[in-house]
Design a protein around this ligand. Sequence first.
Ligand SMILES: [Zn+2]
Length: 378
Amino acid sequence: MATLLFHDRYLNYNFGPEHPFSPVRQKMTLDLLDALGHPVDAEVPPVASRDDVRRVHSEAFVAKVEAASNGTAPPRARSFGLNTGDVPVFEDMDAATRGLVGGTLHGARLLAEGQAKRVLQLGGGLHHAREEEASGFCVYNDLSVAIDVLREHDLRVAYVDVDVHHGDGVQFLHYDDPGVLTLSLHETGRALFPGTGGIEEIGKGPGRGFSLNVPLAPFTESESFLDAFERVVPYALSHFQPDVLVVQCGADAHFNDPLADLLLTTRAYERIFRRLLVLSDEHTDGRLLCTLGGGYRLDSVSRIWALLGLLIQDHDLPRTVPEGYRTRWEARLDDPLTPTLHDRERSFEVDRRASIEDENRRVSEQVLEQVASHWRHA
Ligand SMILES: [Zn+2]
C-alpha cells in the first residue's frame, strides 16, 4: 500500500508561463494516471507552518521570502537568491512553497509514526534551496524539512537524489550529520548547474563520509547510469543501514530534457524506481518517501512520473497512452505526445562511447574509495 499526497494548492507554486518549473507537469501526471485507469486518491496534507520552514532556513531568509511574497520588499532587489531568472518572485510565493513543504513534511510524519510505508509526494523535491538562499527554482527545501522531522524521531535517513542536477541544498543542510547519508547521482558540475557535487564532497566534522556524489559525464546513457547506481547505492545503503529512504525523483536526466545532457530512457527510470522499491524493502523495511523534482520536457516527465505512481502502488504498466489524453494535451501544448508509456523503441540512436562508460566507472569506484577510510573507522 502506498500513500499519495497532493492538493490543488501545490499548483500555486508557479513562476509564470515562461518558467520551466511548471505545475502543468503535475497536472499532466495526474491526468495521465487517471486516463490509465488509476486516478490518484490523494491524502491532503496540511500546509507547513513558518516554524516548520524555520527548521532548516534562517529567520532572515524566511522574512525576506515573506516580504517579497506580499510586495513589501523592493521587487528588483536581488538578495537571498530571489528575484533572479531562476527564482522570480510571485505573489504569495511563501504560502505556495509552504504548501509543497507541508506535503513532504506530512509524508515524513506518516513514516515516523508508522502510519505509512511507501509515500509519494506529488510535488516538491526542491533540493537546491539552502539555509539562506533560494536557488535553481527552489525557495524552501521541503526535503530537508522532512529529513529534519525524521531525525527528530531518531531515524537514520538515507537520501538518494536521481535528479540530473546535484542535490546541493539537501547535502549542505545535513553536511555534518552522521545520521543522514546523502547520495546524489547527477551530470557533473563541470558541465551543469549548480556546479557542486564533486566526489571530494564527502561531508564535514562528524558527517565526514556521509555525503556521496557520483558526477556523471555529459551524454551518459542508461546502461552507464544504472551501472554507477548499482556500484554505489546498494553498497552505501547496506553500510549505512538507514531507517528511512527519501528519494528525489527528478525526471530531467531523460534524453529529451531541454536543460541537461544525460540520455536516460523511460526504461531506465522504470529500472531505477523498481530498484529503489526493492532497496527500501531490503534496508528500511519498506519505509520510502519519494518526491518529484526537476523534469522539463512535458511529454517525458509526465510519463516518467506516471510510471513512478504506478510502480509505487504495485500496478502493472500499461503499454499505451490513451488517445483521449493525448488529444486533450496535444491541443493545449501544440506538441506531439508519445503514444506509449515508454519511449518509442530506438527513438534515438545512442552513440555508446566507451570513454564515457569508463570515466563513469572510474568515478563510481573513486566515490567509494573516498569514503572507505571513514567507514572503516565508524
Ligand atoms: Zn534537476
